[in-house]
Design a protein. Sequence first.
Lengths: 367, 367, 367, 76, 76, 76
Amino acid sequence: MGIANLTWGQALMMGVGGVLIYLAIAKKFEPLLLVPIGFGALLSNIPVAGIGGHDGMIGQIYIVGVETGVFPLLIFMGVGALTDFGALIARPSTLLLGAAAQFGIFATLIGAVALNFVPGFDFSLQDASAIAIIGGADGPTAIFLASRLAPELLGAIAVAAYSYMALVPIIQPPIMRALTTEQERAVVMQQLRPVSRLERMLFPFVVLLLCAALLPSAAPLIGMLTFGNLLRECGVVERLSRAAQNEIINIVTIMLGLAVGSKLSADKFLTLETLGILLLGALAFSIGTAAGVIMGKIMHRVTGGKVNPLIGAAGVSAVPMAARVVNRVGLEADHHNFLLMHAMGPNVAGVIGSAVAAGILLALTGT
Amino acid sequence: MGIANLTWGQALMMGVGGVLIYLAIAKKFEPLLLVPIGFGALLSNIPVAGIGGHDGMIGQIYIVGVETGVFPLLIFMGVGALTDFGALIARPSTLLLGAAAQFGIFATLIGAVALNFVPGFDFSLQDASAIAIIGGADGPTAIFLASRLAPELLGAIAVAAYSYMALVPIIQPPIMRALTTEQERAVVMQQLRPVSRLERMLFPFVVLLLCAALLPSAAPLIGMLTFGNLLRECGVVERLSRAAQNEIINIVTIMLGLAVGSKLSADKFLTLETLGILLLGALAFSIGTAAGVIMGKIMHRVTGGKVNPLIGAAGVSAVPMAARVVNRVGLEADHHNFLLMHAMGPNVAGVIGSAVAAGILLALTGT
Amino acid sequence: MGIANLTWGQALMMGVGGVLIYLAIAKKFEPLLLVPIGFGALLSNIPVAGIGGHDGMIGQIYIVGVETGVFPLLIFMGVGALTDFGALIARPSTLLLGAAAQFGIFATLIGAVALNFVPGFDFSLQDASAIAIIGGADGPTAIFLASRLAPELLGAIAVAAYSYMALVPIIQPPIMRALTTEQERAVVMQQLRPVSRLERMLFPFVVLLLCAALLPSAAPLIGMLTFGNLLRECGVVERLSRAAQNEIINIVTIMLGLAVGSKLSADKFLTLETLGILLLGALAFSIGTAAGVIMGKIMHRVTGGKVNPLIGAAGVSAVPMAARVVNRVGLEADHHNFLLMHAMGPNVAGVIGSAVAAGILLALTGT
Amino acid sequence: MIGESLWLMLIGMSIVFAFLMLLVVLLRGMSWFAARVAPVERLDSSAAALPSGGAVAQTDVIAVITAAVAHYRARH
Amino acid sequence: MIGESLWLMLIGMSIVFAFLMLLVVLLRGMSWFAARVAPVERLDSSAAALPSGGAVAQTDVIAVITAAVAHYRARH
Amino acid sequence: MIGESLWLMLIGMSIVFAFLMLLVVLLRGMSWFAARVAPVERLDSSAAALPSGGAVAQTDVIAVITAAVAHYRARH
Ligand code: NA
Ligand code: NA
Ligand code: NA
């Protein structure tokens, strides 16, 4: 009988799994990952069965795909194949917004270390770095970094990252409104210039070579992202591009979700650390958003009012949700001002920015 | 020269592989699995090449996918994503028909043990359990259990399971006719009520939680089945549902078939045991069908004639063939009585029933 | 900083990777493989990151898929599922053209051994065999054989094989024109008879059984090729055929390309051996083409002028490019003479021929 | 071993029937429950309404996890 | 090693030609066979007729395996 | 550790900004370069013209690799 061996922790974690699935289905909360993660938590907490254990099916998937880092990197390849970097190429200055929003990551790092003053917390610098990356608002990056720096926190970090990404439409607008004036929010931006096919094809190489030259520790992430993007843009490997955008990313998402779910065990998840991680995650998103908007305001000044500071909020990534939030808040100020395309630049810049930040944390705190 | 090293056993097994492929193609005998199994047998019995051996390609696929249990479980996920449990939800009492039909499994278990009285047979209780599951009429369940309890019999058990599943249209009708009266077979059943989306979404959780509470050893099978079904029914992960129904199940079917085929070697397949397994397999299907029909007759009495006892035969699973057979035999008695939808309930109940039976055998005879 | 650790060799190899990608995109040079190979070379030569190393992502893909031989064999399965052998079945005598063209392989073997007289070269017989197979003009066969006989040369061999396959439209025509008369090139061939479904289904078995009987060392290659072709032709496993032709081959192509690219390291690629391999590769293609055309001339004589000797050039395989080249050169001689269908027979015969040659080399020089 | 297998049959069929009969009861309960909440929580419509009204509910995940942690720690 | 490679060329080309010439013969035989049985065993039509008439043939698998086992055991 | 993390923030944000500002410059350069070569090297049209005119360019791969090997060997 399973129920006779059921511990309180397992029961609670099955409840957590159920809640994640409920929110994924009923509230459309990042369902592609939270449904498999939640179900993985359910399966792995079934007493006696040991599905998430070393010899269990999900445990084996974890070893093959997550410990090696292969699954998040394959997802990043798919993200590259699915992402249109045109808006960024047309207006490269939006990269600065993507850079500023990474402040959320590094501020959270300090927050995590500061939390050690509270009794019961004992985060190492590696732990703090893995937690901080939640502020990057990028699921595969967070899972990749956590699998490298703090595997025992991986479950909580992944859940926090995807939960807050789903909460972007609630977390961001008040911050955006608080930091900008009505007038700033109403700024209409100049239309983006068209981008040639050659520019699109050169883009992945420029990004990769800069990364190879300056920050090799980010090369796995940036490398797979740019590889996927090259498959998309080069125009001669349509079959492979479709495979990266569909088959591979779908199959890996199912496996990755189940594997991450197997880390939602009571002894690792129902801890004070998890509460700290949830707290810090909210902090990270808020600070990242604020930093992005403030950089937007600076660019607004410098350009003589050509930049709408709202688009800075999209720099946290969370593609494409953050860009849609920008669009929505912009429409509140002026019903004819569509900022979506303008926010896509900082939005995809945020993906590169957080991969860069992950590379920095890996290089400076990794063993 | 390969032919100089060809043993009689290899030649015969290549013949067996050829026959399986012939029946798969010419007679549409479960072709999706018997074509790869048959070809796997051909390839693995090529002398000298060692394709099915430890270092050979198919041998490696076996180690990675079958020994670990991952392949049959992924197929079960696909089955869950492909199966509509609506008929079962609309009339849960048909689960009793699915329960009764599992009698075929346990009667066969006794038969396998009894066969030990015949000189030359020496089945352990594990062997007998793995053989008995053929009566479950469910390919991935049989392969999963055999890989756990009796790997050396896996080839014969898989071939017997798929062969008899293909023989369902021949094995079942005489038994169904012998056990029912013309009047019983002509019973027209009440139309099924519609099932809401919420019910469909809750169904996998109810099944999984019951399994977790009472029978954790069945949790890998039931878990992946219900996970696949949730992907199908939750409506927010269409991409993943399609991946489970197509890419994953197709790729795994090819690999699983080849891997199972590599177990069709003369020393393990051309044995007295295989003849016993074939004999017991026929017994298992016949007894399962009879038990299902008898339970159908009991429900016919208890409900005052509302249940057509024929639908009990669909309780062996073999989805959807057994349900079609029920429909055909029902039409013989009354040309306007379509039982297909009514037989789908016990049919999918049989899938759950045999996974439960597999869990019981694993818990009680596994090491 | 990556750039501080960049060696000259790595910089040059990144340049080589870039050139491969440039040619793949700008010149449509076998892009499906050269884009991933080139990008794999870029990623693997990033200093410090170690992506192609033993613990790196691409290094792990290499171990799992290339060292085991699984990836090239899965691609060969896809080739089988994509290839229509109808033209060969309709006119089996074209197999002789496929046989003759393999002379390029064995002549190159002598060339490689002879190169040892030049100071700086020291090819073993295994090395020479793996180099010679470039003349087979078949990518997966070359990668499979190189992974078995000369893993340290794999990068150079794969790049040479795909490069020369892309160069087929430049290498072949002058040789074809030099060896044939205007009159021969203008020969109009008899239309091919229709081929029945039964013949198409029996074909893979005939090829496989002959291979099993005479040359088991070619059985992995021929086995997966014929398995893929049976999935295509048997007509009852449409799902699996589509999976082999699309999902599996696309996913494996991406992985195989990256993995092969990781072997493009300076110490293994920027060697005198690579120059020798490039030289020998050109030799192999030229001799293979010449041998095919000469056999075409012999068949022209023997059949009393019914065979256009140009179709012999298609015997090197490089499906379907070599057949298109034949068609083009044929049209130069007679603007109404379409040789494409007639060249498809020797073209697919060349695939079987080079797999047979690979089996011979493996049996005679493998350890 | 015959005795053992007879016992296996008895216990096995009992568990199978017990399991599936319990499932009958649970599925009936589930359908009753679904029918009751269906008018309240029409998943389709709530999902459609998300962009504007789903905000408050989404913070639930944090609240639920916090409660679960508190509960668990209270017992250890 | 030059001698060895020359020998490899000779033996190799001989096997390639022997193999593919044998394949020519076998494919001719296959086509002849297919033409003969085609009117008898039109696979498409037999498959289409399966639901009603395919019953007897399907029991073949059991018979064939039984015969194979008997054959094999007789020799060991 | 607070000091360490402060230092991490400083160095981290500096690298992020340095990296992405450098990328701004490189992307501007890239677009300038693309605009310059675009009329010369219209990839689409060159690809379309391949069957007849692409011949010479294709031999480049051999030339480039040969040059790279020579270069590398000269330094070792
Ligand atoms: Na980000
Ligand atoms: Na069953
Ligand atoms: Na060839």
